[in-house]
Design a protein around this ligand. Structure first.
Ligand code: FAD
Length: 435
């Protein structure tokens, strides 16, 4: 990796495009940022290494927080292909608890599912329709920098022949996902004390489960190797098209190391009733896995012309593993910050405006992520989600409501008292938890 202080040498024979802002990656974070920038009249280039539609390993579940972001962007969620959910059904030790999505503020009271195959394509097309210049099959290789180490663009390979290309802009938004290559190349390292989960998913055909109005989550799964509680949960998410997305995610077990996701998934599915049909004969895809960078694990989220959004900044919720809504909301904040900064003259005052992005992130979500990181370290990484379903929590309406909010809406913080009451109750319950 080149040192950030070392200016980049020009690439031979490269084509050049210029813009006010470059966005690297057209996942939920990148397409959302590009859409809002274009709407604000900013000339924005959106660079994506893949071609749409394309696969992305995900649970495909969207909470009301994500639906809110979609509606704000003007995405037509009444068009065919969207599947609505009423809430979550948690399964634990033979018991089932239904938690309907709470009706909070301006949030809708329903969630959605949609495969990322379609979902990312829709968002990217919306960004392009808003005026963003979308370039697919463009793989960003490294940032271009000036003598001061400030980003001035990116060097990339374009098309099937991997033609060298340079794109120039005084501001770059890194939305390149968990690999965070752009941030790393600019010297922004991950905070290793923040949790990173891994998760795997597979599609199955099931006409019956596909129409379930609830997202189903399993809290009492066992690790295949140790027989201990899975430090995570399993899910069965209906897609409404005759298929379900089945998967599980786990933190590295704080005492027993990493989890064999495939073997643990196989073990879980082998115990499910045969009539559900979640077996090899109904599998509709291979099992695929990926990392979930959590807890705001990369800082600062703005430095030397580079802004980080979504997984590249580790914005996945340590409470739930949800990352799409967080990526989209942060992208909206980033776009607004950039548009306002560009209205100022270049120099110190513009730089001040850009530096307000990490401050805004901290104000909105700092406490939520800190409490989640604590919960991941003390509880979820040891005992998984079983303590969350303890009868003393489930029997307390205020705590259930807090739990539902923590799982869906970091932006609207529950009061300090109820969050701390939930954490306190969890910590007290843990010693009695089966291990
Ligand atoms: C198994 C699993 C299940 C999950 N389930 C859920 C769920 O149900 N709900 C939820 O909300 N979240 C879920 N998540 C988390 C969610 O997938 C991520 O948080 C979310 O995709 C983050 O969006 P993003 O735009 O930051 O990154 P990404 O979605 O990873 O998008 C990054 C984009 O950048 C592109 N890119 C990367 N490198 C380059 C490059 N060098 N040049 C150009 N383009 C590049 C990629 O091709 C991609 O399009 C899950 C994650 C996993 C692994």
């Amino acid at each position: 990796m080149r040192s950030p202080q070392e200016p980049s040498a020009p690439a031979k024979g490269s084509v050049q495009e210029e813009a006010q802002v470059i966005v690297v990656g057209a996942g939920p974070a990148g397409s959302t940022a590009a859409l809002y920038l274009a709407r604000a009249g900013v000339d924005v280039l959106l660079l994506e290494k893949g071609g749409f539609p394309r696969e992305k390993v995900c649970g495909d579940g969207l909470t009301p927080h994500a639906v809110y972001q979609l509606v704000k962007m003007g995405v037509d969620i009444d068009a065919p292909g969207w599947c609505r959910s009423r809430g979550m059904r948690w399964v634990c030790e033979g018991r089932q608890v239904h938690i309907d999505w709470p009706s909070v503020g301006r949030y809708p009271d329903f969630g959605l599912t949609r495969t990322r195959h379609d979902f990312d394509d829709i968002l990217a097309r919306n960004a392009a329709a808003a005026g963003a210049r979308l370039r697919t099959l463009v793989k960003v290789a490294e940032p271009l920098t000036d003598r001061a180490g400030r980003i001035t663009g990116v060097r990339a390979e374009s098309g099937p022949d991997r033609e060298p290309v340079e794109y120039r802009a005084p501001l770059v938004i890194a939305a390149d996902g968990a690999s965070a290559r752009t941030a790393l190349a600019m010297g922004l390292q991950r905070d290793a004390s923040r949790p990173i989960a891994t998760a795997a998913r597979r599609y199955y055909r099931s006409a019956e489960l596909s129409k379930d109005p609830y997202l189903e989550l399993w809290a009492d799964l066992r690790c295949s190797r140790t027989g201990r509680d899975l430090p995570g949960y399993g899910w069965i998410f209906p897609l409404g098209d005759g298929r379900v997305n089945v998967g599980l995610g786990a933190l590295p077990h704080t005492r027993h190391g990493s989890v064999d996701l495939k073997a643990t998934l196989d073990l879980w599915l082998s115990h499910l009733p045969g009539h559900l049909g979640l077996d090899e004969s109904n599998a509709d895809s291979p099992l695929r896995s990926a990392a979930l960078p959590m807890g705001l694990n990369r800082r600062p989220q703005y430095s030397r012309g580079l802004m980080l959004v979504g997984d590249s900044a580790g914005m996945v919720s340590p409470w739930s593993g949800e990352g799409i809504a967080q990526a989209m909301e942060a992208a909206e904040v980033a776009a607004e910050t950039v548009a306002l900064a560009l209205a100022r003259p270049a120099g110190t005052r513009r730089e001040q405006a850009l530096r307000s992005y990490p401050t805004e992130i901290e104000q909105r979500w700092g406490r939520y992520y800190r409490a989640g990181n604590t919960a991941a370290r003390l509880i979820l990484g040891k005992y998984g989600y079983r303590p969350l379903l303890h009868r003393r929590i489930m029997g307390n309406a205020a705590l259930v409501n807090t739990l539902a909010r923590l799982l869906i809406e970091p932006g609207k913080k529950p009061s300090r008292d109820t969050t701390e009451a939930l954490l306190h109750t969890l910590v007290r319950l843990v010693p009695g938890t089966r291990r």
